[in-house]
Ligand binder design. Structure first.
Ligand code: KG4
Ligand code: ZN
Length: 343
């Protein structure tokens, strides 16, 4: 069975051809990073226009690389949310049009569920219940997974996502978007113990996150508590120390909460997804602390947004009896995991 996966939730147009549920024949990603960089973040209207411009040629390129033609396809998988509505509509309309033209089904899949499926696309096998850990530019979630497609939300961020906080702290220091990789590089030359930037543990929501306080603390450390919007250049060693201390505080918070959740819900396997989980530093810190836990990291390319995880999850659902979606399917901006929860 051949599936075309389509991802257009944010600022990457991702197209892939998957054989079965995890053999990736091609995986094309057109990143819009250069387009959004001057604005220090993603501009939704620009994102949808760019998706509309590149999606058709990228489908052609993806088919060519996989050495298949449109008529060989059996299924289309498409991200239906959460994400930017205009951007999602481009992918969804492409999926619907191809579904009509080729007379094959299409299945809309949740982008965050697909991030967790990406961790299952290698040779690795998960035991259930497993703990899903998602950390990206738009989302931070801890999720109890009963299987590859049954979930219960344990906690999420109450304000900024982890990647978003990295991007904003980088912006404060005049570093380019996306900030995560920039901070990881600077942090290697910094003192992680110079500042204490540890997000809080909330008693009533122990598996949830809040990054806004830490972000403000970084701002005050950089520019003083009477900051009135006048950004000044930051000395290099100070930048490195801020980067190292911020990265340490935020990652330790994520690791601590993940390990506690795994313990509380009897999970032996942890599945990771989202751009932040491509961080080598995060991977090393988790590996040091894992004890007997089984950590399943997606291939680094599959940590970021991509069409392969969308196609893979759609194929998995189809194999397990999910029929195609109707043409009336609409995208959603937020709200993963709660609809498909188990008790
Ligand atoms: O999953 P993704 O590609 O897109 C979203 O769905 O958001 O994640 C992008 C995010 C950005 O915020 C970026 O700064 C962050 O992932 N990121 C990192 C690292 N690499 C990417 N954050 C921390 N450390 C990294 N090495
Ligand atoms: Zn994502």
């Amino acid at each position: 069975m051949l599936t075309l996966g389509i991802e257009t939730t944010c600022d990457e147009t991702g197209l892939a051809i998957i054989r079965g549920t995890n053999e990736i024949l091609s995986n094309q990603i057109a990143s819009q990073i250069d387009l959004h960089r001057p604005f220090g973040g993603v501009l939704p209207e620009l994102a949808s226009r760019q998706h509309a411009e590149v999606i058709v040629p990228l489908i052609d390129q993806t088919l060519k690389e996989a050495k298949v033609s449109l008529s060989d396809l059996d299924l289309i998988g498409v991200a239906k949310g959460p994400g930017l509505l205009g951007a999602l509509l481009v992918g969804l309309n492409a999926a619907k049009s191809l579904s009509i033209a080729l007379n094959i089904p299409f299945i809309g899949v949740d982008h965050l569920e697909a991030h967790l499926f990406a961790a299952l696309m290698g040779q690795q096998v998960a035991t259930y219940p497993a703990l899903g850990v998602i950390a990206s530019g738009g989302h931070t979630n801890l999720v109890l997974c009963e299987s590859a497609d049954k979930f219960k939300s344990l906690g999420e961020t109450h304000d900024d996502a982890i990647g978003e906080a990295f991007d904003k702290v980088a912006k404060m220091m005049g570093l380019p978007y996306p900030g995560g990789p920039e901070i990881e590089v600077l942090a290697k030359l910094g003192n992680p113990n110079r500042f204490h930037f540890r997000p809080p543990i909330m008693k009533e929501a122990p598996f949830s996150f809040s990054l806004s306080g830490v972000k403000t603390k970084v701002l005050y450390t950089l520019f003083g508590q009477d900051f009135k919007g006048h950004v000044k250049p930051i000395e290099y060693q100070m930048q490195c120390d801020i980067a190292a201390s911020f990265q340490k505080g935020v990652f330790e918070d994520l690791i601590e909460k993940s390990l506690r959740a795994a313990h509380a819900f009897g999970c032996q396997t942890l599945l990771f997804g989202g751009g932040v989980t491509s961080s080598q530093t995060l991977r090393s810190l988790f590996e040091e602390r894992k004890g007997s836990l089984n950590l399943l990291w997606p291939d680094r390319v599959l940590s970021l947004d991509n069409g392969a995880m969308i196609g893979g999850l759609a194929a998995h659902l189809h194999q397990n009896g999910r029929a195609g979606d109707s043409l009336s399917l609409t995208p959603y901006p937020r709200g993963s995991f709660n609809s498909a929860s188990f008790n």
